[in-house]
Design a protein around this ligand. Structure first.
Ligand SMILES: [Zn+2]
Length: 360
């Protein structure tokens, strides 16, 4: 996961357009309007909320529970999202209580309103420990100025002085503005746990690479998979290396997670964090895997000459990267370069604080 990218642009969106061959969209583009809910399977309903930037929306899922509904993901702490939820509770879900708020991962579009929702409904927050602790730590890190380690990371990646100065203007507390205060405590879930929601068994399946311990929910009986951002239909979830754990291997973890999810049944209806519900889980996982491996191969060739992370943007994203996307593009480029380094396919040399990668 990348603290760097979270601070610059809160959206965990992607740069890499991917093929989505082999997928079928169950509802053919029909989606719930703001303030509305849409049934996607017996006992499971869909709410869509706006988020700024190219992602445009986030999906939240309501699962019928004994005494109300369990909510998976909440949207970002923005007036428009809060208004949309109020319309839902005034309208289609009037009188319905949220029994628990389940956060798939710590990103603000997913848990931005978790504290607010828990407060309102006196509901517990349910997350994996890795996601919970990460969220709490970012909220608690209240300094205004960009930490020196982050600046060093940006220099290492090859940012110009102007780019560093421009990013410094937005400071370091962006996350706190779009996340409501989190509850003091939480209820822990972990990989393999079985939860019973409204009499229906759901199994927790975790993944890593986009975030540290991302929870997905599997209901094998009804063929449903609440995927969060672990699998998205049209975009490749951001996989970033950042200054908080600069020796990590997020792309390696991501590829392992893809292999793990391929053990799941192929015919599940996938309910993703962004985009439309789809069938074709394995086709999508294969496409994501192939794409990252192709990018690694291409990068390795490109590293015939020593390159910095910023030099690799054209190879990875096939589009110009502006200041707003610089943090995430850097995190993604670094996760690929780091993977090549770990595989022994690239070597890193540091000159004047700048990391130069060359094919081994
Ligand atoms: Zn997301």
């Amino acid at each position: 996961m990348s603290r760097t990218s979270s601070a610059i642009s809160p959206l965990d969106e992607s740069f890499t357009a991917t093929s989505h061959k082999g997928l079928t969209y169950k509802f053919g583009g029909v989606e719930p309007a703001s303030g509305e809910v849409m049934t996607v399977a017996p006992g499971v309903r869909w709410v869509r909320l706006v988020v700024p930037g190219p992602l445009k929306h986030i999906n939240c899922w309501l699962i019928d529970d004994d005494d109300g509904v369990a909510l998976v993901d909440t949207g970002m702490n923005l007036p428009a999202a809060r208004e949309a939820w109020k319309a839902v509770w005034r309208g289609p879900l009037a009188g319905t209580r949220v029994t628990q708020v389940i956060g798939t991962h710590f990103h603000p579009d997913h848990i931005g309103l978790a504290g607010w929702m828990c407060d309102h409904h006196a509901a517990p927050l349910v997350m994996t420990r890795g996601e919970w602790l990460t969220a709490k730590f970012i909220v608690a890190d209240a300094r205004d100025a960009v930490p020196d380690e982050v600046t060093a990371f940006r220099i290492g990646a090859g940012w110009s002085e102007e780019q560093i100065a421009e990013a410094a203007k937005s400071g370091w507390s962006g996350f706190r503005r779009i996340v409501t205060p989190m509850p003091m405590g939480y209820r822990r879930i972990k990989d393999g746990d079985e939860m019973t929601i409204g009499g229906t068994p759901w199994r927790i399946v975790t993944g890593s690479g986009h975030s540290p311990e991302h929870a997905c929910l599997l209901n094998e009986r009804d063929g449903l998979f609440v995927a969060g951002d672990q699998v998205l239909p049209r975009i490749s979830p951001n996989v970033s290396l950042g200054a908080t754990e600069p020796d990590a291997d997020p792309l390696g973890e991501w590829l392992d997670s893809i292999a793990k999810l391929k053990q799941l049944p192929h015919d599940l209806l996938v309910l993703p964090g962004h985009g439309d519900p789809f069938h074709g889980l394995h086709a999508r996982l294969d496409a994501l895997d192939t794409e990252h491996r192709a990018r690694l191969d291409e990068l390795e060739i490109f590293l015939a000459e020593p390159r910095r992370a910023v030099d690799c943007f054209g190879r990875l994203f096939r589009r110009a990267i502006g200041q707003d996307m610089l943090g995430m593009a850097t995190g993604e480029a670094m996760s690929h370069l780091r993977r090549l380094e770990i595989e022994g396919r690239a070597r890193r040399e540091t000159r004047d604080g700048v990391w130069w990668f060359a094919a081994a």
